[in-house]
Design a protein around this ligand. Structure first.
Ligand code: COA
Length: 360
Protein backbone atom coordinates (compact mmCIF):
# COMPACT_ATOMS: atom_id res chain seq x y z
CA UNK A 1 0.00 0.00 0.00
CA UNK A 2 1.31 3.45 -0.88
CA UNK A 3 1.73 6.15 1.77
CA UNK A 4 2.46 9.79 1.05
CA UNK A 5 4.69 11.30 3.74
CA UNK A 6 4.47 14.93 4.84
CA UNK A 7 7.64 15.66 2.87
CA UNK A 8 5.75 14.62 -0.29
CA UNK A 9 7.78 11.43 -0.68
CA UNK A 10 5.88 8.21 -1.30
CA UNK A 11 6.68 4.94 0.42
CA UNK A 12 5.05 1.53 0.16
CA UNK A 13 4.31 -0.64 3.17
CA UNK A 14 3.68 -4.30 2.50
CA UNK A 15 3.99 -7.65 4.16
CA UNK A 16 7.49 -9.01 3.55
CA UNK A 17 7.60 -11.57 0.74
CA UNK A 18 10.10 -14.42 0.28
CA UNK A 19 11.62 -12.57 -2.69
CA UNK A 20 12.55 -9.69 -0.32
CA UNK A 21 14.89 -12.01 1.62
CA UNK A 22 18.16 -10.87 0.09
CA UNK A 23 17.58 -7.13 0.47
CA UNK A 24 16.09 -7.72 3.90
CA UNK A 25 19.29 -9.38 5.10
CA UNK A 26 21.27 -6.37 3.86
CA UNK A 27 18.80 -4.04 5.59
CA UNK A 28 19.17 -5.89 8.91
CA UNK A 29 22.97 -5.76 8.66
CA UNK A 30 22.87 -2.03 8.00
CA UNK A 31 20.42 -1.24 10.77
CA UNK A 32 22.43 -3.25 13.29
CA UNK A 33 25.45 -1.08 12.48
CA UNK A 34 23.48 2.15 12.75
CA UNK A 35 21.47 1.77 15.92
CA UNK A 36 22.29 1.28 19.59
CA UNK A 37 18.64 0.99 20.44
CA UNK A 38 18.01 -2.45 18.98
CA UNK A 39 18.39 -5.79 20.74
CA UNK A 40 21.15 -6.79 18.31
CA UNK A 41 24.41 -5.08 17.40
CA UNK A 42 26.69 -4.94 14.36
CA UNK A 43 27.59 -8.34 12.96
CA UNK A 44 25.36 -10.22 15.39
CA UNK A 45 22.72 -11.23 12.90
CA UNK A 46 24.20 -13.99 10.80
CA UNK A 47 21.07 -15.00 8.94
CA UNK A 48 21.54 -16.15 5.35
CA UNK A 49 19.17 -15.04 2.61
CA UNK A 50 17.81 -18.60 2.46
CA UNK A 51 17.10 -18.61 6.20
CA UNK A 52 15.53 -15.18 5.94
CA UNK A 53 13.30 -16.44 3.13
CA UNK A 54 12.03 -19.15 5.46
CA UNK A 55 11.52 -16.65 8.29
CA UNK A 56 9.46 -14.41 6.00
CA UNK A 57 7.43 -17.39 4.79
CA UNK A 58 6.70 -18.38 8.40
CA UNK A 59 5.40 -14.87 9.06
CA UNK A 60 3.13 -15.16 6.03
CA UNK A 61 1.89 -18.62 7.05
CA UNK A 62 1.11 -17.62 10.64
CA UNK A 63 -1.92 -15.38 10.34
CA UNK A 64 -1.30 -14.06 13.86
CA UNK A 65 2.20 -12.74 13.17
CA UNK A 66 3.16 -9.81 10.98
CA UNK A 67 6.28 -8.72 9.13
CA UNK A 68 5.99 -5.33 7.38
CA UNK A 69 8.55 -3.73 5.11
CA UNK A 70 8.55 -0.02 4.23
CA UNK A 71 10.20 0.67 0.87
CA UNK A 72 11.21 3.84 -0.91
CA UNK A 73 11.99 3.45 -4.60
CA UNK A 74 12.39 -0.28 -4.07
CA UNK A 75 14.86 0.04 -1.18
CA UNK A 76 13.87 -1.17 2.31
CA UNK A 77 13.89 1.84 4.62
CA UNK A 78 12.02 0.45 7.61
CA UNK A 79 10.56 -2.73 9.06
CA UNK A 80 8.19 -3.91 11.76
CA UNK A 81 7.73 -7.42 13.12
CA UNK A 82 5.01 -8.57 15.50
CA UNK A 83 4.75 -11.99 17.09
CA UNK A 84 1.79 -13.11 19.15
CA UNK A 85 1.58 -15.67 21.94
CA UNK A 86 1.51 -19.32 20.94
CA UNK A 87 -0.71 -20.56 23.74
CA UNK A 88 -4.38 -20.09 24.47
CA UNK A 89 -3.78 -17.76 27.38
CA UNK A 90 -1.45 -15.42 25.52
CA UNK A 91 -2.69 -15.69 21.94
CA UNK A 92 -4.53 -12.37 22.23
CA UNK A 93 -1.32 -10.48 22.86
CA UNK A 94 2.05 -9.98 21.24
CA UNK A 95 5.12 -7.80 21.02
CA UNK A 96 6.49 -5.81 18.15
CA UNK A 97 9.77 -4.22 17.17
CA UNK A 98 10.18 -1.45 14.62
CA UNK A 99 13.19 0.15 12.94
CA UNK A 100 13.90 2.78 10.28
CA UNK A 101 17.23 3.41 8.50
CA UNK A 102 19.02 6.41 10.04
CA UNK A 103 18.86 8.69 7.02
CA UNK A 104 15.10 8.14 6.71
CA UNK A 105 14.28 8.80 10.36
CA UNK A 106 12.04 11.75 11.25
CA UNK A 107 9.95 11.40 8.06
CA UNK A 108 7.02 9.60 9.70
CA UNK A 109 7.89 6.12 8.45
CA UNK A 110 7.94 4.51 11.92
CA UNK A 111 4.52 6.01 12.64
CA UNK A 112 3.11 4.67 9.37
CA UNK A 113 4.40 1.20 10.21
CA UNK A 114 2.80 1.32 13.66
CA UNK A 115 -0.50 2.55 12.14
CA UNK A 116 -0.46 -0.42 9.77
CA UNK A 117 0.17 -2.77 12.70
CA UNK A 118 -2.78 -1.32 14.64
CA UNK A 119 -5.09 -1.56 11.60
CA UNK A 120 -4.04 -5.14 11.10
CA UNK A 121 -4.47 -5.99 14.79
CA UNK A 122 -7.98 -4.55 14.78
CA UNK A 123 -8.82 -6.48 11.63
CA UNK A 124 -7.71 -9.78 13.11
CA UNK A 125 -10.23 -9.10 15.85
CA UNK A 126 -8.13 -11.43 17.92
CA UNK A 127 -5.19 -9.34 18.99
CA UNK A 128 -6.36 -7.37 22.02
CA UNK A 129 -3.13 -6.16 23.57
CA UNK A 130 0.10 -5.00 21.96
CA UNK A 131 3.36 -4.78 23.88
CA UNK A 132 6.79 -3.37 23.17
CA UNK A 133 10.11 -2.85 24.88
CA UNK A 134 12.19 0.26 24.37
CA UNK A 135 15.47 1.50 25.81
CA UNK A 136 14.43 3.79 28.66
CA UNK A 137 16.50 6.70 27.33
CA UNK A 138 15.21 6.50 23.75
CA UNK A 139 13.07 9.59 24.08
CA UNK A 140 12.03 10.10 20.47
CA UNK A 141 10.74 6.51 20.20
CA UNK A 142 8.93 6.73 23.56
CA UNK A 143 7.22 9.95 22.38
CA UNK A 144 6.10 8.22 19.21
CA UNK A 145 4.69 5.22 21.10
CA UNK A 146 2.87 7.51 23.52
CA UNK A 147 1.34 9.38 20.58
CA UNK A 148 -0.24 6.12 19.49
CA UNK A 149 -1.62 5.46 22.97
CA UNK A 150 1.02 3.12 24.37
CA UNK A 151 1.44 3.48 28.11
CA UNK A 152 4.40 2.60 30.28
CA UNK A 153 3.76 -0.57 32.24
CA UNK A 154 7.09 -1.37 33.79
CA UNK A 155 10.82 -0.98 33.83
CA UNK A 156 13.29 -3.80 33.22
CA UNK A 157 16.54 -2.95 34.93
CA UNK A 158 19.80 -3.65 33.06
CA UNK A 159 17.91 -5.01 30.06
CA UNK A 160 20.58 -3.87 27.59
CA UNK A 161 24.33 -4.07 27.97
CA UNK A 162 26.10 -2.06 25.28
CA UNK A 163 29.89 -1.78 25.41
CA UNK A 164 29.81 -2.67 29.10
CA UNK A 165 27.20 -0.05 30.00
CA UNK A 166 23.80 -1.15 31.28
CA UNK A 167 20.57 0.46 30.14
CA UNK A 168 17.07 -0.07 31.47
CA UNK A 169 14.15 -0.84 29.20
CA UNK A 170 10.59 0.34 29.50
CA UNK A 171 7.78 -2.04 28.74
CA UNK A 172 4.87 -0.29 27.11
CA UNK A 173 1.47 -1.64 26.13
CA UNK A 174 -1.81 -0.76 24.54
CA UNK A 175 -5.22 -2.40 24.53
CA UNK A 176 -6.25 -2.64 20.90
CA UNK A 177 -9.86 -1.68 21.54
CA UNK A 178 -8.79 1.56 23.22
CA UNK A 179 -7.26 2.70 19.97
CA UNK A 180 -10.22 2.31 17.64
CA UNK A 181 -13.03 0.13 18.78
CA UNK A 182 -13.60 -3.57 18.40
CA UNK A 183 -17.35 -3.54 18.01
CA UNK A 184 -18.05 -7.10 18.96
CA UNK A 185 -16.14 -8.16 22.03
CA UNK A 186 -16.29 -11.79 20.86
CA UNK A 187 -14.71 -10.97 17.54
CA UNK A 188 -12.06 -13.48 16.65
CA UNK A 189 -11.06 -14.26 20.22
CA UNK A 190 -9.66 -17.69 20.84
CA UNK A 191 -12.09 -20.00 22.63
CA UNK A 192 -10.38 -23.32 23.20
CA UNK A 193 -7.53 -25.31 21.81
CA UNK A 194 -5.82 -28.66 21.90
CA UNK A 195 -2.37 -29.45 20.65
CA UNK A 196 -3.55 -29.73 17.07
CA UNK A 197 -6.77 -27.79 16.64
CA UNK A 198 -8.38 -24.67 18.06
CA UNK A 199 -11.59 -22.72 17.80
CA UNK A 200 -11.92 -18.97 17.75
CA UNK A 201 -15.00 -16.81 17.44
CA UNK A 202 -16.08 -16.25 13.86
CA UNK A 203 -15.89 -12.64 12.68
CA UNK A 204 -18.07 -10.95 10.09
CA UNK A 205 -15.13 -11.11 7.73
CA UNK A 206 -15.16 -14.90 7.96
CA UNK A 207 -18.80 -15.15 6.93
CA UNK A 208 -18.23 -15.11 3.16
CA UNK A 209 -16.07 -18.22 3.49
CA UNK A 210 -18.59 -19.81 5.89
CA UNK A 211 -21.42 -19.20 3.45
CA UNK A 212 -19.63 -20.48 0.36
CA UNK A 213 -18.48 -23.57 2.28
CA UNK A 214 -21.98 -24.25 3.47
CA UNK A 215 -23.54 -23.80 0.06
CA UNK A 216 -21.12 -26.06 -1.78
CA UNK A 217 -22.65 -29.31 -3.01
CA UNK A 218 -20.47 -31.55 -0.80
CA UNK A 219 -21.83 -29.91 2.34
CA UNK A 220 -25.24 -28.45 1.58
CA UNK A 221 -26.95 -31.84 1.25
CA UNK A 222 -26.00 -32.75 4.81
CA UNK A 223 -27.11 -29.58 6.53
CA UNK A 224 -29.80 -26.93 6.17
CA UNK A 225 -27.84 -23.91 4.83
CA UNK A 226 -28.41 -20.58 6.54
CA UNK A 227 -28.59 -17.11 5.06
CA UNK A 228 -25.95 -14.46 5.74
CA UNK A 229 -28.39 -12.79 8.17
CA UNK A 230 -28.86 -16.00 10.15
CA UNK A 231 -25.11 -16.44 10.51
CA UNK A 232 -24.59 -12.77 11.38
CA UNK A 233 -27.22 -12.92 14.09
CA UNK A 234 -25.64 -16.11 15.48
CA UNK A 235 -22.40 -14.14 15.97
CA UNK A 236 -24.24 -11.77 18.28
CA UNK A 237 -26.36 -14.39 20.04
CA UNK A 238 -25.20 -14.94 23.63
CA UNK A 239 -26.83 -18.37 23.58
CA UNK A 240 -24.65 -19.50 20.67
CA UNK A 241 -21.04 -19.99 19.80
CA UNK A 242 -20.10 -19.52 16.14
CA UNK A 243 -16.47 -20.54 15.77
CA UNK A 244 -13.86 -21.02 13.09
CA UNK A 245 -11.85 -24.23 13.40
CA UNK A 246 -8.18 -23.94 12.58
CA UNK A 247 -4.90 -25.68 13.19
CA UNK A 248 -3.40 -24.70 16.54
CA UNK A 249 -0.50 -22.88 14.93
CA UNK A 250 -2.99 -20.74 13.02
CA UNK A 251 -1.65 -21.72 9.61
CA UNK A 252 -4.66 -23.68 8.36
CA UNK A 253 -8.38 -22.98 8.49
CA UNK A 254 -10.18 -26.33 8.52
CA UNK A 255 -13.86 -25.54 9.01
CA UNK A 256 -16.36 -24.04 11.39
CA UNK A 257 -18.77 -25.06 14.12
CA UNK A 258 -21.96 -23.64 15.59
CA UNK A 259 -23.07 -24.57 19.08
CA UNK A 260 -26.34 -23.55 20.77
CA UNK A 261 -27.78 -23.72 24.26
CA UNK A 262 -25.02 -21.90 26.12
CA UNK A 263 -27.70 -20.45 28.39
CA UNK A 264 -29.78 -23.60 28.54
CA UNK A 265 -31.03 -24.03 32.13
CA UNK A 266 -30.71 -27.81 31.82
CA UNK A 267 -27.00 -27.61 30.88
CA UNK A 268 -27.82 -29.19 27.55
CA UNK A 269 -25.58 -27.95 24.74
CA UNK A 270 -26.43 -28.60 21.11
CA UNK A 271 -23.78 -29.16 18.47
CA UNK A 272 -25.87 -27.37 15.90
CA UNK A 273 -23.51 -27.59 12.94
CA UNK A 274 -20.03 -28.71 12.08
CA UNK A 275 -18.47 -28.45 8.66
CA UNK A 276 -14.93 -29.52 7.89
CA UNK A 277 -13.53 -28.17 4.65
CA UNK A 278 -10.40 -30.32 4.68
CA UNK A 279 -12.24 -33.61 4.71
CA UNK A 280 -10.85 -37.05 5.39
CA UNK A 281 -7.71 -35.80 7.17
CA UNK A 282 -8.88 -36.47 10.69
CA UNK A 283 -9.89 -32.86 11.42
CA UNK A 284 -13.51 -33.88 12.06
CA UNK A 285 -12.49 -36.29 14.83
CA UNK A 286 -10.07 -33.76 16.33
CA UNK A 287 -12.73 -31.05 16.23
CA UNK A 288 -15.26 -33.31 17.97
CA UNK A 289 -12.74 -34.19 20.68
CA UNK A 290 -12.07 -30.50 21.21
CA UNK A 291 -15.77 -29.61 21.34
CA UNK A 292 -16.49 -32.42 23.83
CA UNK A 293 -13.65 -31.31 26.08
CA UNK A 294 -14.78 -27.68 25.87
CA UNK A 295 -18.45 -28.57 26.50
CA UNK A 296 -17.87 -30.85 29.49
CA UNK A 297 -14.78 -29.39 31.09
CA UNK A 298 -15.05 -25.70 30.32
CA UNK A 299 -18.82 -25.27 30.11
CA UNK A 300 -19.70 -28.04 32.57
CA UNK A 301 -22.43 -29.34 30.27
CA UNK A 302 -24.57 -32.27 31.34
CA UNK A 303 -25.46 -33.24 27.81
CA UNK A 304 -24.00 -32.58 24.38
CA UNK A 305 -26.39 -33.50 21.63
CA UNK A 306 -26.89 -33.22 17.90
CA UNK A 307 -29.04 -34.41 15.05
CA UNK A 308 -27.69 -35.82 11.83
CA UNK A 309 -29.35 -36.83 8.57
CA UNK A 310 -29.91 -40.56 8.56
CA UNK A 311 -27.89 -41.11 5.38
CA UNK A 312 -24.92 -38.99 6.48
CA UNK A 313 -22.85 -42.09 7.21
CA UNK A 314 -19.52 -40.32 7.42
CA UNK A 315 -20.73 -37.92 10.09
CA UNK A 316 -22.56 -40.67 11.99
CA UNK A 317 -19.38 -42.73 11.92
CA UNK A 318 -17.31 -40.04 13.63
CA UNK A 319 -20.05 -39.23 16.15
CA UNK A 320 -20.31 -42.89 17.13
CA UNK A 321 -16.54 -43.24 17.20
CA UNK A 322 -16.44 -40.27 19.59
CA UNK A 323 -18.96 -41.84 21.95
CA UNK A 324 -22.25 -40.24 20.86
CA UNK A 325 -25.16 -42.58 21.52
CA UNK A 326 -28.24 -42.78 19.32
CA UNK A 327 -31.33 -41.59 21.19
CA UNK A 328 -33.87 -42.05 18.45
CA UNK A 329 -34.97 -41.05 15.00
CA UNK A 330 -37.18 -38.14 14.02
CA UNK A 331 -38.81 -39.88 11.10
CA UNK A 332 -39.51 -37.87 7.92
CA UNK A 333 -39.16 -34.62 9.83
CA UNK A 334 -37.50 -32.69 6.99
CA UNK A 335 -38.71 -32.06 3.45
CA UNK A 336 -35.80 -31.36 1.12
CA UNK A 337 -36.45 -30.80 -2.61
CA UNK A 338 -39.77 -32.56 -2.24
CA UNK A 339 -38.29 -35.60 -0.43
CA UNK A 340 -38.78 -36.46 3.22
CA UNK A 341 -35.70 -37.07 5.32
CA UNK A 342 -35.19 -38.40 8.84
CA UNK A 343 -32.86 -37.10 11.52
CA UNK A 344 -30.99 -39.28 14.00
CA UNK A 345 -30.69 -37.79 17.49
CA UNK A 346 -27.42 -38.50 19.30
CA UNK A 347 -25.88 -37.40 22.58
CA UNK A 348 -23.07 -37.80 25.09
CA UNK A 349 -23.68 -37.23 28.81
CA UNK A 350 -21.16 -35.81 31.26
CA UNK A 351 -20.54 -39.11 33.08
CA UNK A 352 -20.09 -40.93 29.77
CA UNK A 353 -17.53 -38.34 28.72
CA UNK A 354 -15.73 -38.72 32.08
CA UNK A 355 -15.64 -42.52 31.74
CA UNK A 356 -14.50 -42.17 28.13
CA UNK A 357 -11.66 -39.89 29.21
CA UNK A 358 -10.60 -42.19 32.01
CA UNK A 359 -10.45 -45.09 29.59
CA UNK A 360 -8.18 -42.92 27.37
C1 COA B 1 -18.75 -35.02 8.60
C2 COA B 1 -17.47 -34.21 8.68
C3 COA B 1 -17.65 -33.14 9.76
C4 COA B 1 -16.34 -35.18 9.10
O1 COA B 1 -15.09 -34.51 9.11
P1 COA B 1 -13.79 -35.16 8.43
O2 COA B 1 -12.64 -34.30 8.77
O3 COA B 1 -14.07 -35.43 7.03
O4 COA B 1 -13.68 -36.52 9.28
P2 COA B 1 -12.36 -37.32 9.73
O5 COA B 1 -11.35 -37.26 8.64
O6 COA B 1 -11.96 -36.87 11.08
O7 COA B 1 -12.97 -38.79 9.90
C5 COA B 1 -13.68 -39.39 8.89
C6 COA B 1 -14.03 -40.80 9.35
O8 COA B 1 -15.21 -41.19 8.63
C7 COA B 1 -14.94 -42.38 7.89
N1 COA B 1 -15.73 -42.25 6.68
C8 COA B 1 -15.45 -41.53 5.59
N2 COA B 1 -16.48 -41.68 4.71
C9 COA B 1 -17.39 -42.49 5.28
C10 COA B 1 -18.66 -43.01 4.89
N3 COA B 1 -19.18 -42.69 3.71
N4 COA B 1 -19.32 -43.81 5.76
C11 COA B 1 -18.80 -44.12 6.95
N5 COA B 1 -17.61 -43.67 7.39
C12 COA B 1 -16.92 -42.86 6.56
C13 COA B 1 -13.44 -42.36 7.67
O9 COA B 1 -12.95 -43.65 7.44
C14 COA B 1 -12.96 -41.80 9.02
O10 COA B 1 -13.05 -42.79 10.00
P3 COA B 1 -11.90 -43.15 11.06
O11 COA B 1 -11.61 -41.87 11.83
O12 COA B 1 -12.49 -44.19 11.92
O13 COA B 1 -10.72 -43.57 10.25
C15 COA B 1 -17.06 -33.57 7.33
O14 COA B 1 -16.85 -34.59 6.39
C16 COA B 1 -18.08 -32.58 6.81
O15 COA B 1 -17.92 -31.37 7.04
N6 COA B 1 -19.12 -33.04 6.04
C17 COA B 1 -20.14 -32.14 5.47
C18 COA B 1 -21.00 -31.45 6.53
C19 COA B 1 -21.60 -32.44 7.50
O16 COA B 1 -22.02 -33.53 7.16
N7 COA B 1 -21.66 -32.02 8.78
C20 COA B 1 -22.27 -32.80 9.82
C21 COA B 1 -23.71 -32.44 9.91
S1 COA B 1 -24.52 -33.35 11.19
Amino acid sequence: MEHKLESGTTITIQKGKPEDAEVYVVYLEKISEESDFLTFGAGELTVTAEEQREIIQRFLDASIDLCLLAKMEGEIVGNLTFRSGRRLRTAHTGEFGVSVRRKYQGLGIGGRLISCLLDWARETGRIRKINLRVRADHNSAIRLYRKFGFKEEGRLKREFCINGIFFDALTMGMNVEENGVIMDKKNGVLIYQSEEIRMRYTTRKDLDVVLSTEQSEENSRFIVPWSMEQHASALEDENMMHAVLESSDGTERVGYVIVSGLQNPNDSIELTRIVITEKGRGWGRKALQLIKEWAFEERKAQRLWLDVKEYNTRARHIYEAEGFIVEGILRNCLKTDGKYESLVLMSVLAHEYAAWRKKG
